[in-house]
Design a protein around this ligand. Sequence first.
Ligand code: C2E
Ligand code: MG
Ligand code: MG
Ligand code: MG
Length: 272
Amino acid sequence: HAKSSGRNTVSFFDPSMQQAIQKRSLLERDLRNAILNNEFILYYQPKVDVTEHVIGYEALIRWQHSQQGLLPPAEFIQVAEECGQIINIGTWVLRQACLQLSLWAQSDKTQHLSIAINISEQQVSQDNFVETIIQAIDEFDCPPEKLELEITESLLMKDMLEVISKINQLKEKGISFAIDDFGTGYSSLNYLKQLPIDWLKIDRSFVHDMLNDTNDEAIVKTIIALSKTLGIKLIAEGVETKAQQEFLIHLGCPILQGNLFSKPLPLEQLGI
Ligand code: C2E
Ligand code: MG
Ligand code: MG
Ligand code: MG
């Protein structure tokens, strides 16, 4: 309803709605300046093998906002996707990861480490997606076999052949691909069979509940069996307890990620 909110003003929104709209447009404005102001930071969370050796890291973005402090992706990634800024942000993340991998490649102690970055659907849909990735790799002289791109199942519902072709072009360069949050989307087994991907990441919601919910346990077991059948490597995310770690290893999931080993940390705190 239109309601009178002052002497001469008529407003269609209640104050809380107006506030939300204003907050949103400020966020969009701030997002546009965030790269220039150098406000994004990558945090890194280790992926470990059965002996808890770190094989690589997932890079997870944070935003050091001048007024709001350190913001997690949940506070801004969706907005960035809706206003198109995700393209610039995605390129920033990519270049940052390539730079880091090229630095790690120079030392025996770090050259085995991989970095996985999260890729939004819109990035893959760009005509120059493949070129953007290859350009960054070349510019920083980054070892491509250490770069992993995490995509989600929803991407595959769109233009399957187009997506497969792009994945294949990058795989030829040595880059690998993971399906993130696996099991939460709608990808059919038939799709999965056609996909040239290297990794499935079991979504953390299943890991969280598998020890007290037989449905989640069954889903985890099914994903593990599936990965073996299709010859796709497997990683479980969101591992928080020793019991979850032991259960996953027992079931045959050898690579794990989660707060049990380390929460995501800024580079300086990785101890490498
Ligand atoms: P994701 O790719 O599934 O990343 C895993 C998320 O689980 C991270 O949240 C991580 O901090 C959290 N996590 C890891 N271990 C545990 C655990 O043991 N328990 C619990 N409860 N959570 C755990 P984060 O960093 O807040 O990121 C959330 C999501 O934001 C990511 O989910 C990813 O979809 C998106 N994201 C992060 N960085 C980027 C980026 O650079 N680009 C894009 N497009 N999306 C990103
Ligand atoms: Mg991820
Ligand atoms: Mg995930
Ligand atoms: Mg996710």
